[in-house]
Ligand binder design. Structure first.
Ligand code: ZN
Length: 159
């Protein structure tokens, strides 16, 4: 069975950046199961898996535009320190949330001192080319309930 719209695909993946740095992997955990054609995984990977069957083993290279977008220098700005709770320990590398006009936004802290906190609104993987090693384990029809919920039910996801 081929991976097409509304089928459930289970796969193992290992994700590295262009320097070979390991970013994420499903190895050693449950495989990733998703409902194909709904944008639940990054666009470039979903397109590459279109038509694949169980047993497919391969490399998929996804440029930033089809992954988490280009890095936007405008996303970096300084927020006054007093916008954060006084007792909160704020350190470079932390992820923080703030409520803006468009709702909750996630930021990465670049640096912090007593006066201000440098924040980066870019996704941590923005600007990165993603290299997936993918092994497709199973492709199956979605159940009526999965189609109604518009997501895959697998690995303890049950309701
Ligand atoms: Zn559900």
């Amino acid at each position: 069975m081929k991976a097409t719209q509304d089928r459930v695909v289970s796969l193992h993946y290992t994700l590295t950046d262009d320097h070979g740095l390991l970013l994420d992997s499903s190895r050693g955990r449950d495989p990733l199961a998703y409902l194909h054609g709904h944008g639940h995984i990054i666009q470039g990977l979903e397109s590459a898996l279109e038509g694949c069957e169980a047993g497919f083993n391969g490399s998929v290279r996804v440029p930033p535009a089809d992954a988490y977008g280009e890095y936007d220098p405008q996303g970096v700005f300084e927020a006054p320190r007093d916008q954060f709770p006084p007792g909160q320990d704020i350190q470079a590398g932390m992820r923080v949330q703030a409520e803006g006009p468009q709702g909750i936004v996630n930021f990465t802290v670049l640096s912090a001192n007593d006066q201000g906190v440098m924040l980066d609104a870019n996704h941590p993987l923005a600007g990165k080319t993603l290299n997936f090693e993918v092994e497709v384990l199973e492709v199956r029809q979605a159940t009526d309930q999965e189609l109604a919920h518009r997501h895959a039910h697998a690995h303890g996801h049950d309701h």
